[in-house]
Design a protein around this ligand. Structure first.
Ligand SMILES: NC(=O)c1ccc[n+]([C@@H]2O[C@H](COP(=O)([O-])OP(=O)(O)OC[C@H]3O[C@@H](n4cnc5c(N)ncnc54)[C@H](O)[C@@H]3O)[C@@H](O)[C@H]2O)c1
Length: 318
């Protein structure tokens, strides 16, 4: 009789700053991982976070947490890369690109060496550029390496819509696609509550639905990071929960539809660039990208976003 060997569910987090540490905290409380390894160039920081998180274990979920090295990515189901500089006030995500691509050049070859079969999930910004760079550096197939993309923007969008429409954000369905950043696109034509298109919902509930009202909601979505950074210096809780949702889809093989950034191959003629579209995520990573039927305006917006990202990849020599 053959015995199946069960390995512990290991998640590796490379970069344990605001985002990495918040993700570790969220993941610990989710109980999804049996092992969480924290890796940071600042080893004292990683050690401190591991100690603090371990002291929560008796009160939370049974999880082995330690500060490790890149060799500890071995066997991880997913390695999440948050290492990189954060956006500074007034700085766009694209300004960060060169600096953070160089960090990937140092880190990714080690993940490939120690963990050739695990998934790599990029969260550092600019996430679409870094995902593309990491695919090139790793040589991984595109299902196995992807970015958190607009998972956060989509959550912000749903929250802001929920405030206007007076329903639970989890009951509002809508997606932000394209770049995680200034050129992102709201898919208004498919947004809905209980399958009802927003104009119908507005009409029946006596709510304002003019272009200007909706545009304002989108602008708040798109500019949320700038607003938060101005007030508290960085954003991390919502992305941490977003990363936990992605990890959950992978660990539990859920086929969850999430707006994540992956390599696009012939989507309305767009290709060889990474950006976000609703995608089915399972144990193998991005199982497939959904082909939304977009309005003409949404498609033009997406094409602009793709062209901008492609130019950026080119400027960086990727
Ligand atoms: N995808 C999203 O939606 C989203 C949301 C928020 C922030 N971010 C991005 O996440 C990244 C991290 O943000 P943060 O606020 O946690 O920054 P932070 O400065 O608090 O943490 C970054 C960490 O990376 C570490 N680091 C840097 N170079 C490293 C290397 N070569 N190897 C290992 N560790 C290294 C640093 O020591 C630091 O601890 C940024 O790029 C930020 O823009 C993404």
């Amino acid at each position: 009789m053959t015995h199946e060997i069960h390995h512990p569910v290991r998640v590796a987090i490379v970069g344990v700053g605001n985002v990495g540490a918040s993700f570790a905290f969220s993941l610990l409380n989710s109980g999804l991982a049996t092992e969480i390894v924290l890796i940071d160039a600042n080893t004292a920081r990683a050690e401190g976070e591991a100690m603090d998180l371990n002291h929560a274990v008796p009160l939370s979920q049974s999880t082995r947490i330690w500060a490790g090295s890149m060799a500890d990515t071995a066997g991880a189901l997913v390695t999440v890369i948050t290492a990189g500089s954060a956006q500074k006030p007034g700085e766009t995500r694209l300004d960060l690109a060169g600096r953070n691509v160089n960090i990937l050049r140092a880190l990714i070859p080690d993940v490939v060496k120690f963990n050739p079969d695990g998934i790599i999930l990029i969260a550092a910004n600019p996430v679409d550029i870094l995902t593309y760079a990491a695919i090139k550096i790793s040589g991984f197939p595109s299902n196995q390496l992807f970015g958190s993309g607009t998972i956060l923007d989509t959550a912000r969008f749903r929250y802001l819509l929920s405030q206007h429409f007076g329903v639970d954000p989890r009951s509002v369905h809508g997606y932000i696609i394209g770049e995680h950043g200034d050129s992102e696109v709201p898919v208004w034509s498919l947004a809905n509550i209980a399958g009802m298109r927003l104009p119908v919902f507005c009409q029946q509930n006596n709510l304002a639905c003019q272009d200007q009202v909706l545009d304002d909601i989108f602008q708040q979505t798109r500019d949320a990071a700038y607003q938060i950074i101005q007030r508290k210096g960085a954003t991390y809780y919502a992305i941490a929960v977003g990363l936990t949702k992605i990890a959950e889809a992978i660990i539990r093989d859920q086929n969850t539809v999430l707006s994540v950034s992956s390599l696009i191959d012939d989507y309305y003629g767009m290709q060889d660039v990474c950006f976000s579209l609703p995608s089915v995520v399972d144990r193998g990573g991005v199982e497939r990208i959904l082909r939304l039927e977009l309005s003409e305006r949404e498609l033009t917006g997406l094409q602009n976003s793709a062209a901008m990202l492609k130019q950026m990849n080119k400027n960086l020599g990727l």
